[in-house]
Design a binder for this molecule. Structure first.
Ligand code: FAD
Length: 469
């Protein structure tokens, strides 16, 4: 085993005696896999990767790191666009082996371990025709996504993932396991619903479940990108009066060759699509979603009923294979998707730095916007969002160029912007996260600071979208 400098080896061996998971160091088999993140911009090398298998491992890892003065990064699903699940030196606390999911059908709840992915959750819940609102990609972590809000295919009807969180088990910086719910540590429960990994390591989440599917109606007409101005206007007008059952986002992209089942007419073309799901009866969904398929002349229309679980992994190819995509994303909210904003988006769409760069424009209304800005830590909620996802799978464009292009576009959209930012769609900021974190939380920022002073006064959990105490 490689010996790292600065670690108390005797104390490290002691940690290893009880640890049920693995403690990996540079050179160990499994170290490179353990430290891997989704975003290939980050190739970080922790001194120790602690592959935990339960709350006891997490507690021991936290106590060890604190005593040794090691910096700590926490990895759930590893999808942080800013690469916050790992670090150079220090200890990565990796929860990916904690992926247990247990549905309580009587109670209508699901208990999910802190390293599970949404694919793990959908597998168990959909077996009973139930859903816990998650994201749209199967290997995104439940933890990071929920702690940062969480938008997926049923948000119109059931809200964000964090709105469906009933309780959480959290290991604090002092190595204590706390329960946070509406009746226990209610201030922490408030902070976890949007406040990120600032207050501790969540070892398990409890969500409320809703009936869904297992088959749902999905609309996916794919239009030529040149028609973006009229398609986006039509989509906006439709969404403004759509029932809560409809969840939709407009997307701009160039489909590479890989996605299975995609007709050849759509491959390699710059396109705009209006993807939507109906959380209700399939026949009703087919009728209600009909107008989205007639916004123009589609290149192809692959709308159809499909098992919700299949839908939940059908967008996976959009985001490439873990560790191969270099990504820099930025997001903003809009009170209204005005014609002027649409014109800027449509113009920029024609000059993206790479074909893999996508714009994701979710409608954020329905149940999402019925939760008040101060009810959870998440902050203000507005009806539209634009996420600029600059991605590259080769070396033709540098990281700097991806960042420069995204920032320039984001700055141009600021004239239409509402207060706030969606932190789950934010890449690394060289000058630090403070500015964007303040912007995102708005009036909730000071309350989050108070909570940080109570639960993590020494800012032990700082490699995240940090709220300094
Ligand atoms: P990680 O990198 O493991 O962690 C992210 C942050 O959460 C880090 O700060 C980490 O320290 C902290 N954290 C992780 N686990 C824990 C824990 N158990 N306890 C405390 N803190 C923890 N977002 C959406 O809302 N909807 C989507 O559909 C969606 N799709 C995405 C698809 C892709 C391909 C990618 C890359 C991102 C997507 N996102 C989506 C954004 C995603 O929600 C965030 O990147 C989120 O932070 C990922 O969580 P994770 O656990 O996978 O990431």
């Amino acid at each position: 085993m490689a010996v790292a400098t600065g670690l108390d080896e005797a104390r490290f061996d002691e940690l290893g005696q009880w640890f049920r998971g693995e403690l990996l160091r540079p050179g160990d088999l499994g170290y490179d896999q353990g430290r891997q993140l989704w975003n290939a911009m980050f190739d970080k090398r922790p001194e120790v990767v602690a592959m935990c298998t339960g709350a006891a491992d997490v507690i021991d890892a936290v106590n060890f790191a604190r005593e040794q003065g090691l910096r700590v990064a926490v990895r759930g699903g590893g999808h942080s666009v800013a690469g916050l699940g790992s670090l150079d030196g220090g200890m990565m606390i990796n929860l990916s082996r904690m992926d247990g999911v247990h549905v309580d059908r009587k109670a209508g709840t699901v208990r999910v371990e802190g390293g599970a992915t949404w694919g793990d959750v959908d597998r168990e819940t959909q077996a009973f025709g139930l859903v816990a609102p998650g994201g749209i990609v199967s290997d995104t972590g439940v933890a990071g996504l929920t702690l940062g809000g969480g938008l997926g295919w049923v948000r119109g009807k059931y809200g964000l993932s964090c709105d469906n969180l009933l309780s959480a088990e959290v290991v604090t910086a002092e190595g204590e396991l706390l329960t946070a719910s509406a009746t226990e540590n209610a201030d922490l429960y408030w902070g976890l619903r949007g406040g990120g990994g600032n207050f501790g390591i969540v070892t398990s989440f409890e969500f409320g479940l809703h009936p869904l599917g297992p088959t749902v109606m999905v609309a996916l007409p794919i239009y030529p990108l040149e028609e973006a101005p009229s398609i986006l206007r039509g989509w906006r007008d439709f969404m403004r009066s759509a029932p809560d059952e409809v969840t939709s986002h407009a997307g701009i992209w160039t489909f590479p060759g890989e996605p299975p089942g995609l007709p050849p007419e759509a491959v390699g073309r710059d396109v705009i699509f209006t993807a939507a799901v109906y959380a209700g009866a399939v026949e009703e969904g087919e009728r209600v979603l009909g107008p989205l398929r007639e916004l123009g002349a589609p290149i192809v229309d692959i709308s159809s009923p499909m098992p919700f679980r299949a839908l939940q992994s059908s967008f996976d190819p959009f985001f490439g294979v873990k560790g191969t995509v270099r990504a820099y994303w930025k997001s903003l909210y809009l009170t209204e998707l005005s014609d002027a904003a649409i014109d800027v988006i449509a113009r920029r769409a024609l000059a993206r730095p790479t074909p893999w760069t996508s714009f994701n424009i979710p409608f954020f209304g329905g149940a999402v916007t019925r939760v008040g800005a101060q009810e959870t830590a998440f902050g203000p909620r507005w009806p539209f969002m634009v996420s600029i996802d600059a991605n590259s799978v080769d070396d033709t464009v540098s990281d700097e160029e991806l960042k420069r292009w995204t920032r320039e576009f984001w700055a141009e959209l600021q004239q239409f912007s509402a207060e706030g930012a969606y932190l789950n769609f934010v890449g690394e900021e060289e000058q630090g996260m403070e500015e964007i974190v303040k912007l995102a939380y708005g009036a909730n920022y000071e309350r989050l600071r108070e909570l940080k002073r109570k639960y993590d006064p020494h800012n032990f959990f700082r490699i995240n979208q940090n709220v300094a105490p």
